[in-house]
Write a protein that binds this ligand. Sequence first.
Ligand code: COA
Length: 205
Amino acid sequence: MFHSNIRTPEGYWFILNIEMLFKYSRIKCDYALGEYATLTQVKSFKLREFKPKDLQSVVSINWKCLPENYSSQFFLELYEHYPKSFIVVEADGQIVGYIMCRIETGISEFKRPIFGIAKKGHIVSIAVLSEYRRCGIATELINQAMRRMLEYGATECYLEVRKTNDAAVNLYKKLGFEILRKISGYYYDGEDAYVMGWKLKKFEH
Ligand code: COA
């Protein structure tokens, strides 16, 4: 049985089991259109695994939200290889966010500078439409994806993030990721990336 941390409208964090996780609503919501919304707006959203029929929606969100864009084939390849950790969010009858991951075998991000091989979960892409942000959606996407990557045998998880992407860096830090190193000029426009990581073994209980 999986468990997840869910923030209630009252501001508490508590444990829900997976059956409840996939459908619930929350009240506190920041409509990232510039102003903080009142605390009366109710949003409900549902997490589920990606299906090929979601492809256009996911590609569209990727283009709207990120400068790193991929071909449709790339999305489908990750779905074919790692379907459990490709998760979408539905709200108001549409797809409003996604997370896409893959599993890699390589040098552990946590045993450096000592050499060690690990099965690593890689968060390749995550995005939430701007009008659905600050509702905890990305938090839930990552929590779910991490559990799924653990099922694939990963023992640690990592991602790259633009150094100036404060929203994402804050999100990952809040979830317990740490900055492991910096890669200079990682992005096509020359911006540096942080490699951030988390030991997935934390979920083993
Ligand atoms: N400014 C500062 N901190 C932010 C933030 C922002 N704009 N957005 C999220 N955070 C941090 C906060 O600590 C927040 O907790 P709080 O709301 O209690 O303060 C925490 O992250 C959780 O936020 P959550 O609601 O789960 O995230 P989200 O659903 O709004 O999605 C992103 C966050 C980064 C996925 C979203 O902003 C997005 O899609 N951005 C564009 C795509 C992108 O940058 N993807 C990441 C690439 S590495």
